[in-house]
Design a protein around this ligand. Structure first.
Ligand SMILES: [Zn+2]
Length: 79
């Protein structure tokens, strides 16, 4: 019995991971988000200097976090 539940949860996790990955891939192929003068990672929001009006993120970690946030927001809105 426990095995069945474990398996079901395992497949559920795979499903979720796969749809998140698909969302991430889609987000990556979409146009660059507009620069807003601060880091687009919602958990960071570090302001940038005016000399860097096109800057989107502090670094790759923030870019990745923001891609995840966008993918998650879309995933939730689809559900
Ligand atoms: Zn940042």
């Amino acid at each position: 019995m426990t095995d069945l539940i474990d398996q079901a949860q395992h497949f559920e996790a795979i499903n979720l991971a796969q749809s998140l990955q698909a969302q991430l891939r889609r987000a990556e192929t979409q146009a660059r988000p507009a620069a807003r003068g601060h880091c687009l990672n919602r958990e960071c929001l570090e302001p940038f200097a005016e000399a860097e009006p096109a800057r989107l993120y502090c670094g790759p970690a923030c870019a990745e976090a923001h891609h995840r946030q966008m993918a998650l927001a879309k995933y939730r809105s689809v559900r």
